[in-house]
Design a binder for this molecule. Structure first.
Ligand code: MG
Length: 340
């Protein structure tokens, strides 16, 4: 088997404001695994807070490519991914790019979509939310209009102008909202006050209200919050789930955080065992990684997979939405075709 890779940049349709500043582009790396004439596609995308860059991903994949030249059975997914995981700690996006390409290849070799390999009911997909980044009221209104075909909005807040942003949205639509604070509230009493205010405003749940390591405060809030609270930055991999038990009602699983589809599937089972709700999320990524995530979407309560809609230069055709509902195809693997 042969693993190859190349660095790319994605450009946002609109400037993207985060806690790390305004971004107009984001680095990604595309991977391919070839075996007997079939090609599996994968992708790594690197949000600033995970500390991965083109350089770290390419250096990791260089080591992974050496291992791949010695493999000759792509269906030994468990063993291969264990070896890849052992190359180095962290590097979760780089690992996810290998995992996604390997699942795509395995699906193609068996002529089956990945949702079928994971025993998912393709009709049971959730609606995706449509993301509204932090912005001025006029721009927020334009973004709400961009998402007119979507039934759920995801609103980013950061502790400044939170009520103005929510009131602006509520002046034009009553669609259900997911509120993502991205660790932006620093004080638990303030967080509880805000959640009580949001509770009257058709909000489904609150994502990562407090800093990721403030688990005592998260547990305090968990006991008192009238709305469910989901962990995003507080959880990355399978081994983190036990640690956040009793602190959150649900978790946001993203392939780039958890090393890919194989580990995400294990996390789903573990979270259900602990009675947690599940959101499948994504980074600023192409339809490649988002389509891989979509294959597992029927196992989730909520989805936030609109990443490819927010970029100008999607490099694949793949994930589709029908009035905001994720629509899975019969294409083998992760269901993507590179744009030429
Ligand atoms: Mg989030």
């Amino acid at each position: 088997m042969k693993l190859t890779y190349k660095a790319e940049l994605l450009f946002f349709k609109r400037p993207f404001r985060t806690a790390h500043g305004v971004r107009s582009s984001t680095p990604i790396v595309l991977t391919q695994i070839e075996y007997e004439g079939a090609t599996g596609y994968g992708e790594a995308c690197m949000p600033p807070y995970l500390d991965e860059s083109h350089k770290t991903v390419l250096s990791f994949l260089n080591k992974a490519a050496e291992l791949f030249s010695g493999y000759n059975n792509p269906l030994q997914i468990e063993t291969i991914l264990q070896n890849i995981d052992n190359i180095a700690p962290n590097n979760t996006a780089a690992k996810a790019s290998v995992d996604i390409a390997l699942h795509d290849l395995a699906g193609k070799l068996q002529n089956k979509p990945c949702w079928q390999l994971f025993n998912c009911d393709k009709n049971n997909t959730p609606y995706t939310s449509f993301t509204l980044g932090i912005d001025e009221p006029e721009m927020i209104k334009e973004k709400v209009a961009d998402g007119e075909n979507f039934k759920i909005l995801k609103v980013k807040l950061n502790g400044e102008n939170d009520k103005t942003i929510i009131s602006t949205i509520r002046s034009i639509t009553n669609k259900p909202i997911i509120v993502d604070i991205n660790q932006g509230w620093k004080d638990r009493n303030h967080a509880l006050e805000m959640i009580e205010w949001l509770n009257d405003r058709n909000v489904l749940f609150i994502e990562q209200p407090l800093p990721k390591d403030s688990l005592d405060d998260a547990a305090w809030l968990f006991e008192r919050s009238p709305l469910p609270i989901f962990a995003d930055e507080s959880i990355q991999r399978y081994s983190d789930i036990e640690r956040i038990k009793g602190c959150f009602h649900g978790i946001n699983i993203k392939l780039m955080k958890c090393t890919g589809m194989h580990e995400a599937f294990k996390m789903i089972a573990k979270a259900r065992e602990l009675d947690m709700q599940l959101l499948i999320g994504c980074m600023s990524e192409t339809s490649c990684a988002a389509s891989a995530a979509a294959q597992l979407a029927p196992l989730f309560d909520f989805a936030d997979l609109d990443g490819p809609l927010l970029i100008k230069n999607d490099l694949f055709n793949g994930i589709r939405f029908e009035n905001g509902k994720i629509s899975l195809s019969e294409l083998p693997g992760i269901g993507v075709i590179p744009k030429s």
